[in-house]
Design a protein around this ligand. Structure first.
Ligand code: ITT
Length: 197
């Protein structure tokens, strides 16, 4: 039995592969389907965009699919970049996105730099069976990146309860507290029901 993760983001793929390992199912990602073209994320919410990705890949593969739409919501920027997190400064350029975030927060003091990482997961089968879960984690945006692990905005996302950025955590440590880890934990409690549907 196979589950396809509808992502081209290698960081996400790595985290899901690790978290789903206990399930004993075969995991594929879009790297296994090089003929899948660009999926336009035209929705206006995380759930709409995750559903667009899940539907495209369930139709294409005729297999059960997991899609993740996620992003960073910064209070001082009225929730931006939000669903536009991947294309904040261009196209999927983590360094440019981080630079733009720092530039836009240049005049914002330390006590006003709160942010939330959000993930919406959509599980979808070709027969239409669907499961939606969300996960969030609170943090603060630093002024200087710290750490080499993770991906995306992780070096700028400081988690006060851990005293570390997401990029200073090991993979298990990040998965234990991250938006994606929390959403995945919720998904696991309902996974077997959905899988059998
Ligand atoms: P797929 O659509 O192929 O899954 P993507 O990177 O385009 O990959 P999204 O549209 O969900 O995914 O965009 C999410 C953005 O938020 C992207 O810029 C990520 O780098 C960032 N992001 C998501 N989860 C993150 C995490 O755990 N740590 C750091 N940045 C994260």
């Amino acid at each position: 039995s196979t589950l396809v993760i509808a992502t081209r983001n290698q960081g996400k793929a790595r985290e899901f592969t690790e978290m789903l390992a206990p399930k004993g199912i075969t995991i594929k990602t879009l790297a296994d389907y090089p003929d899948v073209g660009v999926i336009k994320e035209t929705g206006s919410t995380f759930e709409e965009n995750a559903t667009i990705k899940a539907k495209a890949i369930a139709d294409h593969t005729q297999l059960p699919v997991l899609a993740d739409d996620s992003g960073l919501e910064v209070t001082a920027l009225n929730g931006e970049p939000g669903i536009y997190s991947a294309r904040y400064a261009g196209d999927h350029d983590d360094a440019a996105n981080n630079a733009k975030l720092l530039a836009n927060l240049k005049t914002v003091p330390a006590d006003k730099r709160q942010a939330v990482f959000h993930t919406t997961l959509v599980l979808l089968k070709p027969n239409g069976a669907k499961l939606v879960v969300n996960g969030e984690v609170q943090g603060q945006i630093l002024t200087v990146p710290r750490g080499e692990n993770g991906f995306g905005y992780d070096p700028l996302f400081y988690v006060p309860s851990k005293g570390k950025t997401m990029a200073e955590m090991g993979e298990d440590e990040k998965n234990a507290i991250s938006h994606r880890g929390r959403a995945t934990k919720k998904m696991m409690t309902q996974f077997d029901n959905w899988w059998e549907a």
